[in-house]
Ligand binder design. Sequence first.
Ligand SMILES: [Zn+2]
Length: 180
Amino acid sequence: MAGQLAPHITAMANHINWDEYFMFLAILVSLRSKDPNTKVGAVLVKNNKVLGTGYNGFPSGCDESRFSWSRDTTAGWLDTKYPYVIHAEANALLNTVAAVAGGEIYVTQHPCNECAKLLIQGGVRRITFLDNKHLGTESYAASQKLFAVTGVEIRHLAREHLRFDAVQAAFGEYAKLPEA
Ligand SMILES: [Zn+2]
């Protein structure tokens, strides 16, 4: 019933562009994270094909009941999430199905310096991010230095370039569509 699809596709000016496609996908991936404070999603891309996705979480096999999502280090670092959580970018690299070298990544947060190192070493040549909670931190400064020295492109995708309204409308339409 192609006619049923017309309203929301028209609302999106027919189709989403590549930036929207991969960043909206990164946002969707982030929703898998169980972190109550910071949900990050990452999508590794090469030649406009998805190679892997990742979100922040504990390693496979970790019984979640034995770990905490706490960020409060006053009670001790070992009782926070920090020693144990794998960041979204690292998980995307580990989850990839093909060689990453020469590819790029879309990520909902500016990479920390630890992930910056991994992405550079993996051969990622362009990073597109949405938010930047690290801005002004030493981690951010270290990431910037790493990208500058290695010639890796770091690109901020501003929210006004993402048609959230159209996608919300499209999902709303799908939610209402009768099942085929
Ligand atoms: Zn990181």
